[in-house]
Every structure is written in C-alpha cells, then in structure tokens.
Ligand binder design. Structure first.
Ligand code: GTP
Ligand code: MG
Length: 323
C-alpha cells in the first residue's frame, strides 16, 4: 500500500489534504490513491446543503458541525465548501472561512474549500472524488455546501444521501424554491433567517409549493415528505431539529432500502462522469484544433449539420486512434 494511503487511513490530516489536492487536480497519483482507498469507502453519510447565495448555508453548516461534534465527541465531520466562481460572492466566501476557523481547529473536523471553476459537470465529478477520499479517511458525516446556481442543485442530488435546501425570506421577489427542480431534490427544507419579519409569508409559500409536489401524502411511512424547519443560523436556533431530521432521514433511507439505491445512483453518476471526461480527453487528443475549426466553419455557414459534423469528427478521431 502506498505511503500516502497508509497515512490517510491512520488519520494523518496533512496526508489527507495533500491527497485531496491530487484528486482534485486529476493527477495520476490522485487516481491511484483513490483506487487504493476505494474499498474503504461506503460508510459516510453525505449531506448536500444547497440554496440561494446568502441564504445562510455556511452559517447553518457551522451550527450543524457544532451540534454533531457536541452530541458525539467521537464523530468525525468533514465539510466541503464549493466556492462559487462569481466575483460577487468573493466576500462571503472569505467570511465563511473566518467563521469556520473556530470549528476547523477541532481535530475531528476537516474543512475543505473547492473551486467550482464553472466547469459543467465538473462540480459533481470532483466533489464526488473528494468525498470518497474523506469517506475512506473515516469521516462519518460529509457536508457539502454548494450555492444553488441551476446546474449544481441537480448535481448535488446525485452525490448526496440527504439534500438540505436552505431558503430565507427577503432574498428576492419570490421564494427561491420556485425554481424548477429544487423541490424535487429537497429531503429537508430549512427556512433560515426565521428572525426576519416576513418569515411567515415565506413559510406559506414553501408549504403550498410542497403541497403541489406531495398531493396525497401517505402516512404509512413509505414516503418521505420533506419537513420544513425554521432556523436562525446566526445563533443556532432550530438547528438541533435539523440534525434530528438528518438522522431521521438516514433511518428512513436505511429502513426502506433507499440508502443503497442512493449510493448506487451516486456511484453510477460518478462512473458516467468519468467516462464522459475520458471520451472528451480522447477526442481532444485526436482532433486538432485546426480540424475542429474547419468543421465549425462549415456549420456556421449552414453547410454542414452538427450531426454530420459529429460523424466526421468521430471518423477522424477513430482513424488516428487506430494508428
Ligand atoms: N438575520 C439573520 N441573518 C443570517 C442568518 N443566517 C445567516 N445570516 C447572515 O446572512 C449572511 C449570509 O450568510 P452565509 O451563511 O454566508 O450564507 P451562504 O448561503 O453561505 O452564502 P453564499 O455561500 O455566499 O451563497 C451573513 O451575513 C449571515 O450572518 C439568520 O438566521 N438570520
Ligand atoms: Mg456560503
């Protein structure tokens, strides 16, 4: 077993940090490390925390970590904070770091920031790889914070066992959940900033939206209906209930067999992502920029259809590949 892998399994945090960088940068050593660690994965509870910018996700994560490690001092909790690339949120990212410093000093807590780099599909792929490393390293909970920016909500659903959608009053003209797809991925709805005056209206909006998604709720426990929980993440109010809901959701997933299903969905999405990337790499390797430009030119003048272009590029790539 490589030294780095052994060090990670023995709880060496510097080795862990280094291997995460290797994995994040897609290096061969990173892949080998993950290969060696993979049989040790499959134990962690991955919790996604998503929602609009400024909803209070980082503040909530802070409280969640606090409560989790207080409840069980042996528990190991990791946080992956995916930095939005938007320059507008630069300030709050820095703020997150300062606030997180206190909990980051706890030896049972590991915090990692990742750049989302705006790459389509890159978020899920890299985050999944990093969360597998943390899983192998023995972290019981892996909390992944991503800013809800369309694509990433769907991605978070493909890599977490439980998804928390954080809403807050006063973020816009309507509650963010109105965005297509977000109610479908929520396992727990957190209505943060419950100290604000317009929280009742926000909760009503959330409830009616939830009712649309779950019209006839079975009460036999076979269906998980996302609870709506009010919090004030800046002072921790209501966050213990969120921790309870996360634990209840894990129990639900286990008792209904959906835990395994979600695990398989995550791994399948990861494999698909890797295959796609590999194909793209091969494709870029065999098709010269100039050849691509030529094809593109023909498309621009409406001479070659994009379908036919794919065929053409594929045959170029196939010819070179077989040499
Ligand atoms: N009044 C009030 N303010 C809050 C609450 N939770 C967070 N805030 C404030 O809202 C701002 C944004 O909080 P963050 O936790 O950084 O929000 P975020 O969702 O992580 O933001 P991004 O990572 O930028 O998307 C900060 O100034 C917090 O202090 C709350 O419950 N009540
Ligand atoms: Mg944040």
């Amino acid at each position: 077993m490589p030294e780095l892998v052994q060090a990670i399994l023995q709880g060496d945090r510097r080795a862990l940090a280094r291997s995460i960088t290797l994995v994040e940068n897609d290096t061969a050593q990173g892949q080998q490390t993950l290969d060696a660690l993979f049989p040790k994965t499959g134990k962690a509870h991955v919790v996604g925390i998503t929602g609009a910018s400024g909803a209070g996700k980082s503040s909530l994560v802070n409280c969640l970590v606090d409560i989790l490690i207080q409840q069980d001092p042996k528990l190991q909790v990791a946080v992956i904070a995916v930095d939005p690339t938007s320059p507008f949120s630069g300030g709050s990212v820095l703020g997150d770091r300062i606030r997180m410093r206190a909990i980051a000093e706890n030896p049972n807590v590991f915090i990692r920031s990742m750049a989302s780099r705006g790459a389509l599909g890159g978020l899920a792929h890299n985050t999944q790889a990093v969360s597998l490393v943390l899983d192998a390293a023995g972290y019981d909970f892996i909390l992944v914070e991503t800013v809800g920016a369309g694509q990433s909500e769907v991605e978070i659903a493909s890599l977490a066992h439980s998804v928390l959608v954080v809403e807050a009053p006063g973020l816009g003209d309507d509650i963010q959940a109105a965005k297509a797809g977000i109610m479908e991925i929520a396992d727990i709805l957190v209505l943060n900033k419950a100290d604000k005056a317009d929280v009742d209206a926000a909760e009503m909006a959330l409830r009616s939206m939830l009712a649309m998604g779950y019209p006839s709720t079975k009460t036999d426990g076979s269906v998980w209906v996302p609870p709506i929980l009010r919090t004030v993440a800046t002072d921790g109010k209501g966050v213990a209930e969120v921790v309870n809901a996360i634990q209840a959701h894990a129990e639900f997933l286990h008792s209904t067999g959906t835990w395994q299903q979600r695990d398989q969905t995550r791994l399948r999405a990861f494999l698909h992502g890797l295959l796609e990337r590999k194909r793209n790499q091969e494709w870029q390797q065999f098709i010269q920029k100039e050849e691509f430009k030529q094809v593109l030119k023909k498309i621009y003048i409406h001479e070659l259809s994009p379908y036919a272009a794919v065929e053409q590029l594929q045959s170029i790539s196939f010819l070179k590949n077989s040499h």
